[in-house]
Design a protein around this ligand. Sequence first.
Ligand code: ATP
Ligand code: MG
Length: 482
Amino acid sequence: MKPRILVIDDEAAIRDSLRMILEYEDYLFVGAASGQEGVAAVQRERPDLVLLDIKMPGMDGLEVLRKLHALDETLPIVMISGHGTTATAVEAIRSGAVDFLDKPLSSERVIVTLQNALRQSELRSENRELKLAMESRYEIVGSSPALRRVLEAVKRAAPTNATVLLLGESGVGKELVARTIHRNSPRASQRFVQVNCAAIPEELIESELFGHEKGSFTGATEKQIGKFEQADRGTIFLDEVGDMSQKTQAKVLRVLQEQEVERLGSARTIKVDVRVIAATNKNLEDGIQRGEFREDLYFRLNVIPIVVPPLRERREDIPLLVQHFAKLTSEEHNLKPRRFDAAAMDALQRYRWRGNIRELRNAIERLMIMAAADVVRVEDLPPEIRAGSSGGAVPMTSEPVAIPQSTYATAGSTAAEESRPVGASAAGTLREFKDAAERAYLVQKLRENNWNISKTAEVIDTPRSNLYKKLEQYGIKQEVDG
Ligand SMILES: Nc1ncnc2c1ncn2[C@@H]1O[C@H](COP(=O)(O)OP(=O)(O)OP(=O)(O)O)[C@@H](O)[C@H]1O
Ligand SMILES: [Mg+2]
């Protein structure tokens, strides 16, 4: 596609000569004789780049620049500066113009400048897209109070260098939280190095964590930089710390105390500046009791504990998570978007999710790929989910993990809060789906707050009048327990 260039200049002669240069080079030319016309043309023509004269009667170039950037801050704008406006051109660059051209215009300069500016803008938009894709990949989805408490703690911990200990069952999102802390820390531009402490074979631990010099032991054919050194000035994520062997615990404790490492086969100590985030699904205090986990290491790690609650304690997040994973999956696998009808969503919300968000994510991915129709119905769900879990009915195959209470306590919900059917109407349209999700959310919140309207309105941060309106709209009535 030919790039579309908008030229905003009050002088017809300049517009004409630029038209000739541009069309000769196979660009599409659009002209505007004033600032006003230019602003209108940007909205109408969606140009890829603007050439903008600085000195014009009426709205001058700088003002037009501001107006255009208010419309689209990513639009590349090259200023055309005449006699005596070079200082203004510099100011324009400071205000966001990408470059400027001096009058009289040389066709060669015009073309080179355009090519550079277009290339840069392309790179920038690729970056933006990549970043957006990355962000949505690492987005923490959910709005439950339980999750909000986690995000609050993340917000407080992220800007500091303090060691964070993430606690919670398998699949609750500990790694996601760790990455979020790093991304929101002053170390964000440095590396995030992940170490799975449970997976490293005992005899390789030292060289993994601290590195080795070539020839330091049989098999060390190349020099290796250890994880701590790799993470220098960044963040090291010690995952599954509860599964570390005694030997590793001792080694890790030493680095944390000394903030320095020694490569195997080297006498030199290397100072490292790392921020530590650790995670485990084990109860470390029990580990200490049993003599399996070092207490001194526990105190080193347990500076800011953050408990990530299991999914069954924040079921109100499920509809949002389902939509999120459905979207990610359809993007990743190039699938048509699919909807989940109200009954299916309801079953998903009631299921116990012992594998937490990872299990939910896998289930949604499978459904998106396997379901025949555009709408996923309750019949499409695997039998165990369809059966609906009434909490205790599903046998626990893994040991329940007792999470120590901390100042960042997890949601105080109980099994009594199992959510119930959101209504029989099948969600055919997005509207219906949203309504069903909203209704389920409200019922859940009302239950949590013992059907106290004022309290509920406060908790979900909406005016009481709005909550009343919603109750009426969805025909929600207080249920009588029986
Ligand atoms: N709130 C959330 N929003 C979106 N995705 C999430 C959320 N929480 C977790 N996930 C996703 O769920 C999956 C499991 O999360 P993660 O790997 O962070 O869990 P974990 O607690 O580290 O589990 P384990 O203890 O088994 O290592 C990942 O794909 C992650 O992106
Ligand atoms: Mg993990």
